[in-house]
Design a protein around this ligand. Structure first.
Ligand SMILES: [Fe+2]
Length: 141
């Protein structure tokens, strides 16, 4: 895997310095911001699209973890699974008409994402940067 470093900004606490992660996180936050102003009748489709984007992003991170044999992959993947399960359940409720619940879950997910980025993803980014600096495809414990 070839990692492209992103211009890490010290003023942005969510910037990790790994382009594919920073770009995806920014896109997710923009989508979450737009979701908050979507009309009720369009919310289910927009929420569904958000979940698909989240899933794709998580898969991308998990592929990167597998490629470097990241020691924390099980714990990190568990967090992804739990978040997707919660979003999937909320999406079913939204499709039953519970749009307000979906809006609340989207807000909670936004906070969860910030926390996840500054903890689990930051740890992953550090190990990815180390692997890139060492020119290795595999991190050994
Ligand atoms: Fe993650």
């Amino acid at each position: 895997m070839c990692l492209t470093p992103s211009p890490e900004s010290s003023s942005d606490p969510l910037a990790l310095g790994i382009a594919f992660m920073d770009d995806s996180h920014q896109a997710l936050h923009e989508k979450l911001d737009r979701l908050s102003s979507v009309a009720d009748e369009e919310f289910a489709a927009a929420f569904d699209a958000l979940i698909r984007e989240v899933h794709a992003h998580f898969m991308e991170e998990e592929q990167a973890m597998e490629e470097i044999a990241f020691p924390g992959i099980a714990c990190h993947r568990d967090q992804h699974v739990q978040a997707l399960n919660a979003l999937g359940h909320a999406c079913m409720r939204v499709k039953e008409g519970a749009v307000a619940e979906g809006r609340e879950i989207a807000g909670l997910f936004s906070h969860w994402l910030d926390s996840h980025i500054t903890t689990m993803d930051r740890m992953l980014a550090s190990v990815l940067q180390l692997a890139e600096a060492q020119g290795t495809d595999c991190i050994t414990a």
